[in-house]
Design a protein around this ligand. Structure first.
Ligand code: FES
Length: 69
């Protein structure tokens, strides 16, 4: 997942991925370019959408990094 890429590369993004991918925090919110959003192999699950609604500054191309594979 994108969250794993952040963690595996020791990218220090304060507070990113606080729940470690258990779909309970929305701190892994990312805003993708339209093209990148459209090219994702899978859309957001209902569980992801429920948590995504809690994210700050939500947009049409928002996803949770812990759910992007
Ligand atoms: Fe918490 Fe993604 S890391 S919802």
């Amino acid at each position: 997942t994108l969250l794993e890429v952040v963690n595996d590369n020791n990218l220090e993004i304060d507070g990113y991925g606080a729940c470690e991918g258990t779909l309970s925090c929305s701190t892994c919110h990312v805003m993708l370019k339209e093209e990148d959003y459209r090219n994702l192999p899978e859309g957001a699950s209902d569980e992801e959408l429920d948590i995504l609604e809690l994210a700050y500054d939500l947009c049409d191309t928002s996803r949770l990094g812990c759910q992007i594979k």
